[in-house]
Design a binder for this molecule. Structure first.
Ligand SMILES: Nc1ncnc2c1ncn2[C@@H]1O[C@H](COP(=O)(O)OP(=O)(O)OP(=O)(O)O)[C@@H](O)[C@H]1O
Length: 262
């Protein structure tokens, strides 16, 4: 589902934030992206989400070269990927419910269908009863739940979250991680960037370590969670040496992002 081939990312004339990065993630995997502050975890996620482009190399998502997508195709990519960035950008002049509704309105759903979907999303993240509160009236954990509901309301096949448990106490962090695990079990490929070793330790799943511009594939601890059973253990790249170019990831049926028929 995701493949990095000899990817470099350099900001300005500085050092390479990412240098010769190669890995693959199969549909259905649950993967942590770990590494020290400033290592390039956010950069990695932004390249996948099409929010930034590589300086060199190829980033493929569902077989499509994200860096080369024409501007008109980018909205389709964004809809297929639920993205939760560090700054959630929740809209404080709207209720929690309206925050979740908005992506559906933008994608042209009828009001009735949008309301139904938003209700389901709110329920799945455990925010029922808090729909009418403004984001600032929610706890940090509930704000993360809201950001997740907004990210999944368009039913993406891929969910990417950048430090979704930062600033949360341990219990809240683990409850948020459990929400991601549940989405993964329902078939959504999930990538979580985190510093939190205790979070990673609680899940027997694959870890990509980002450090010094390189990405080292920690491989799977055990076969992936939930829907990962649809993919080979570790997404087919188990045991690959760090930096090895993986084989083609098993392709999952997926929408094209360029709006053309499949
Ligand atoms: N838009 C940008 N312009 C210039 N430099 C950038 C930009 N985005 C990231 N960087 C630099 O790239 C490096 C990696 O940043 P990135 O945010 O990807 O790291 P991170 O691992 O996510 O860090 P953290 O865990 O602290 O969020 C840093 O040195 C950062 O200053």
């Amino acid at each position: 589902m995701i493949e990095f081939r000899q990817v470099f990312k350099t900001y300005g004339r500085g050092v390479d934030t990412l240098a010769d990065v190669n890995f693959g993630i199969a549909a259905g995997e649950f993967v942590f992206v770990s590494g020290p502050s400033g290592a390039g975890k956010s950069t990695l996620l932004k390249l996948i989400a099409g929010l930034d482009t590589p300086s060199r190399g190829t980033v493929l998502v569902n077989g499509q070269n994200v860096g080369r997508l024409p501007a008109r195709a980018r909205p389709y990519l964004r809809r297929a990927i639920g993205t939760i960035l560090q700054d959630a950008h929740l809209l404080d002049d709207r209720s929690a419910f309206e925050n979740v509704l908005l992506p559906l309105v933008v994608t042209g759903h009828s009001r009735g269908a949008a309301v139904n979907r938003a209700r389901v999303a709110i329920e799945r993240v455990g925010l029922s009863g808090k729909e009418n509160l403004r984001p600032r009236e929610l706890s940090g954990g509930d704000q993360q739940r809201l950001a997740i509901a907004r990210a999944i309301v368009n039913r993406p096949s891929l969910l990417i979250a950048d430090e979704p448990t930062a600033n949360l106490d341990r219990d809240s962090a683990h409850r948020i991680a459990a929400i991601f695990r549940d989405f993964n079990r329902s078939g959504v490929t999930t990538l979580l960037a985190t510093h939190d070793e205790s979070l990673i330790a609680g899940y027997a799943s694959r870890v990509l370590f980002v450090d010094g511009g390189r990405v080292v594939d920690g491989g799977p601890r055990t076969p992936g969670l939930g829907a990962a059973s649809a993919a080979p253990a570790g997404g087919g790249f188990a045991g690959a040496p760090a930096g090895a170019v993986p084989g083609a990831a098993p392709a999952a049926p997926s929408p094209r992002f360029d709006g053309r028929p499949q």
